[in-house]
Design a protein around this ligand. Sequence first.
Ligand code: HDE
Length: 699
Amino acid sequence: MPDEKPLFDPTVDTQSSNATTERPRHPGNGGETQQAPDHGAMTTAQGGVVSDNQNSLKAGARGPTLLEDFAFREKVFHFDHERIPERVVHARGYGAHGYFEATEDLSDLTMAAPLQEKGKRTPAFVRFSTVAGNKGSADVVRDVRGFAVKLYTDAGNWDIVGNNMPVFFIQDAMKFPDLVHAVKDEPDRGFPQAASAHDNFWDFISLMPESLHMIMWAMSDRAIPRSFRFMEGFGVHTYRLVNTEGKSTFVKFHWKPKLGLQSVVWDEAVKINGADPDFHRRDLWDAIQSGDFPEWELGLQIFDDEFADNFAFDILDPTKIIPEEELPIRVVGRLVLDRMVDNFFAETEQVAFCTQNVIPGIDFTNDPLLQGRNFSYLDTQIKRLGGPNFTHLPINAPRCPVLHFQQDGHMQTRGPKGRANYEPNSWTEGGPRADPKTGFRSFPEQVSGEKRKLRPESFADHYSQARLFYRSQTPVEQQHIADAITFELSKVETLAIRERVAAHLPNIDEELAARVVEGLGLAKQPKPHEPAVKPVDLPPSDALSILKNGPGAFTGRKLGLLLSDGVEAKLVEDVTAAFEGAGAVVEVIAAKVGGVTDAGGKTIEAKHQINGAPSVVFDAVAVIASDAGIADLVASHPAKGFAADAFAHAKFIGLGGAAGQLFDAAGVTGRDDGFFDLEKGAEPFVTACGKLRFWDRVA
Ligand code: HDE
């Protein structure tokens, strides 16, 4: 056989001298000017060192690849198996590590390990998600957000698998597959993706009046949060706290963001999804990486049987809230996220939340949705993660001792030693035993009843709380709800479905119904749906409005600072310092990649080029331009769009130098109180930005 030398090594530049014999130590990383890092030798998964990771083994340089190349086979086979099924709902998610810290000793009410001692910290992992879209869908879609918290407690893992809305679409788990089928892409055409604006969803909703309270939330700005950091979380169901004496108290869980609530407006959402489909995950990543750790308070609504018996609605009904004004929230702890994952797949994708993961001191109620969930989650994890040993994965493994006789199965990694794999046994090293003192014992609730497929009468009022939600909103928020319903129904092709939805609305609010009927161009209000229980007027609850619960400060928000060449550096520095001093982030945008040249000839670096940084990705904007530089901005369509959108989205706007000309060119000629002259000092602008938007402009 002739000696066939490799004729061409793709990692070696054959044009340069001496290139044919020596292999570079770090092929293909593009870092020619960097010092080669000292990598360890690459191995196969079996540990053997790989000699060549560029070329498969061939019979002759131009011959067929040989099956014998085990390193190639292993590499490709592993690649072929890289995917696991995405979650059937909540497929797109983003997680982070942190801790929960008790700020109260709650041992009089519960044995729950994280709540026994003020100051006690429990490691936590949180995964936020959208519900309907697939793993690759955009972040800022109109949807419910998952807010799932895993606490690695001393007594085992406790998962609070919640959402950013405190109610749900359905009252019984039996309806969940129908709900999810209806909202996801339609089965024949495979679209729309990550959107409820289509016939199947609204067909289902129009036939399920129990969903209407949740529909109010889903059509509100809660469904388009500005970021995970600015949204609330809710356990939704009523759970139980149980103390050492076995006494049970009902509880509802609330997570309250320290930075206040904030949402985007719909037109922004649509544009953000194009400009940055990863807007929410980037926001969380940036905040945590920069040390600005997001934080939530854990609030509890705690109540007894007497309260439950006297409350106007059934506390087992997951389509109802208990207004905070009626039952105040008691803050008992805080949740801080301070570390991103090292590996997205290993942690965020493989984390397995299960509602049935509770610990002594926490227990379930008979909420039929919760009962169904307790069945579903374990099942889904076994399917998704390929077997019952998913608890061995580091992200799912409890941080307390785990001792049992469960054995074998796919991907068993623990391999317990010894002979005893059953119990009782009489072996000296006979393994663990159940402990009635410290083990989980269900609250011994009395239960009896006929075995029937039933829904309680106490679940029958479907409109009163939908009305409560709508009437608790500010006028701007009410308009957004009406606009959202109109938009969603505008995508529904079947007139009968649009009309059937509109027929429910007068039971919620006549004015809402009128706005939607008008927006849909219906000839008249369809005959209102006959409610099973006549809705009642409840006292409005301020806690339900986002705008009434804003932050009052710009902390944790982002200013987009658009500059032209020739600006005065001092003004740029003053504005930046004022915003950074308020705990905000300032990002500079320029017409050219790299930045602008200031009046003194120095470069001010820009993070973004204008084409990639529309104003929708910022909470407020400022434009500073010189007389010489403004022409470049005025000639730029994206720069004009930046200005026009900032105005239309009711943003606060700071102007410096000749910047006003950009707004004039964008058709924004008036200057309302949402505009600030930066040359008069940045402070009034910073203070105003604490209100987040100048709503008067659009009200
Ligand atoms: Fe879920 N839900 N769900 N859900 N859910 C899942 O579990 C289910 C419900 C929620 O970041 C699935 O791991 C049923 C309410 C979150 O990994 C699945 C019912 C609430 C997440 C499942 C509900 C939630 C899930 C899909 C009705 C708010 C994502 C993949 C009875 C309180 C967790 C998975 C994460 C995920 C079932 C209703 C929240 C199939 C049967 C109500 C945050 O098990």
